[in-house]
Ligand binder design. Sequence first.
Ligand code: SF4
Length: 269
Amino acid sequence: MPAPAAPALLPAKLSASGYNSLIACPYQFFATRMLGLNAIDELSDLPEKRDYGDWLHQILAQYHATVSAGQVPLAQRAALLASVSEQIFRQELARNAAALGYYVRWQKVMPAYLHWAAEREEQGWQFVIGEQQMERDLSWPGGAIRLHGRVDRIDEHADGTRAVLDYKTKAVQALRDRFKQTEDHQLPFYGLLSTTPMSAGHYVALELTGSKTGDVAAPDYALWQDTLEHRIIEQMHAISTGAALPANGIDTVCQYCDVRGLCRKGAWA
Ligand code: SF4
């Protein structure tokens, strides 16, 4: 099993997906984030699910910014969301008619999303910012790394506490299952990007379960952020002083790994 050490190659910046890669397999992190090797994207003429996710992020950022800037009454919000959605999808449909399937899919989700958003507002939460690029430095004696990422949304409660929200084009149960994956630290990572403390982190489901959508709160969020901050500092410090980066990914990670040809798993295990 290869297990290189490369203290001089510690990256200056770290994203949530980069950190998840380190946890899933240190060698994968070495190859992709320290050597900078990446697979060439396969070009496709058809829109893909990640494009759909990008469009919904744009729509929701624009919709919530308009609602909060103009105090749009509840009765007018369905029309506003439909209009913002139509504007974004019209651009995409002009490029590729295959986006229509995704537009129809989103139109089915919109009423459930509005219902969920209204309930959240009744509980005292207000949208603050959306699609925000954020970064924060973590340091240790002799070194530092800049955490960075684009946060989908931050809400503030009437009591002054704040929460990070991350939109996913998945149903609620799939998001609950995500918390069982020990290599997923996306939500606490986003919490660490803010200098204002975040009291909660939620994945928001943009797919229906029956006729509803919803959100899933990260368990022990404050503790998870604190633990993660210390672990990142420890691990980055260790890499910068020569810790080995073994190719110890498990099969479910290796199955989708872009650098399998480099670690040559199969030749030695
Ligand atoms: S194939 Fe598996 S062991 Fe090899 S780098 Fe990728 S995740 Fe790690």
